[in-house]
Design a protein. Structure first.
Length: 325
């Protein structure tokens, strides 16, 4: 197990006064929320959410957003910020987080010397990469083009748009998740806006940042992680996820609600599925998403991993804090 021995003690103060961003990542249900709250208290710093769904209002249960009690324990950013129908991209997130980091003040936590920084935590891979590596400079999309494509999505379906993307940008078509509505539509938006393939704007050049970044990855055995996912879905149902889905049902066409948990329950409300089947599908689809997250994260050599099957939360906190000093 990696106890973060590769992190030098000089990281804690940041670089040239630019501060430090402690990035706490891992698959859904691994235990990021609890650990980030413990660290935020000890470091007297805010928590920046890197969750592309928790940023929206009215989706508290289905996105496993921090509870009111958890939100009261530390300053949080990008939680329950946007209305469900507002467009928001990873590029916008990158810009907003960079602006936030530049505004943070130096604090003196109870455990160590003064510093300036924040904890970024979540499981949205594109959001995390946007902040840590940067997003390619994609042209701003005209609202008319965006509206037209979303109308076509509703009328013609995702499969038709994906076939069109294959003609306009065969290179990107080969690499994209063709079931990811947002990415397919956005690629077409860029194609229509510029007359060029979306892939021609994707340079993949890592951008510099005016602050240090330390990435801590949390992991568990597949069996334990899957058990935690199943238990969390059961808890969501007990907390009223079905009622939340029923309340959001009239807005089910919005991209923000194209999300595991809601999609399956909307099928119940449509009369297509029985509730027990939908709950099992939520568990299965969440497990599939967790595997995709781990595959994505394991390609990043900058992540230092902690196994939460081998460490208690207290031991994980201590390991991180010791190496930050």
């Amino acid at each position: 197990m990696d106890n973060l021995t590769n992190i030098t003690p000089h990281h804690y103060g940041g670089g040239q006064g630019g501060g430090l961003l402690l990035v706490l990542i891992g698959p859904t249900a691994v235990g990021k929320t609890e650990l980030s709250l413990r660290l935020a208290k000890l470091l007297s710093c805010p928590i920046i959410s890197a969750d592309s769904r928790q940023i929206y209002k009215d989706m508290e249960i289905g996105t496993a957003a921090p509870t009111a009690d958890e939100l009261s324990q530390a300053k949080h950013y990008f939680i329950h910020t946007l209305p469900l129908d507002q467009y928001y991209s990873a590029a916008q997130y990158e810009s907003d987080v960079l602006e936030l980091m530049s505004s943070l003040r130096t604090v003196t936590p109870p455990i160590g010397r003064s510093w300036r920084g924040a904890i970024l935590t979540g499981g949205s891979m594109m959001y995390i990469d946007a902040v840590c590596k940067g997003i390619d400079d994609i042209p701003t999309i005209d609202e008319e083009i965006r509206h037209t494509l979303h109308q076509r999505l509703e009328a013609e379906g995702l499969e038709t748009l994906a076939k069109e993307l294959r003609l306009l940008d065969p290179e990107y078509y080969k690499t994209i998740d063709l079931k990811n509505t947002k990415r397919v539509v956005h690629a077409l938006e860029v194609c229509y806006m510029t007359g060029k393939p979306y892939s021609s704007f994707r340079q993949g050049i890592k951008k510099g940042r005016p602050f240090r970044i330390i990435k801590i990855g949390l992991t568990r055995s597949r069996e334990n992680l899957f058990n935690r996912i199943n238990q969390r879905v059961d808890k969501m149902m007990q907390l009223g996820l079905m009622d939340e889905a029923r309340r959001l049902y009239p807005m089910r066409h919005l991209n923000s609600l194209n999300t595991v948990g809601y999609k399956e329950l909307f099928k119940v409300l449509d009369g297509e599925w029985e509730l027990p089947m939908a709950v099992e599908r939520i568990k299965k689809n969440t497990r599939v998403y967790a595997k995709k997250q781990m595959t994505w994260f394991k390609h990043d050599p900058d992540i230092h991993w902690l196994d939460l099957d081998e460490l208690t939360i207290e031991e994980a906190v201590e390991a991180i804090i010791q190496d930050l000093h």
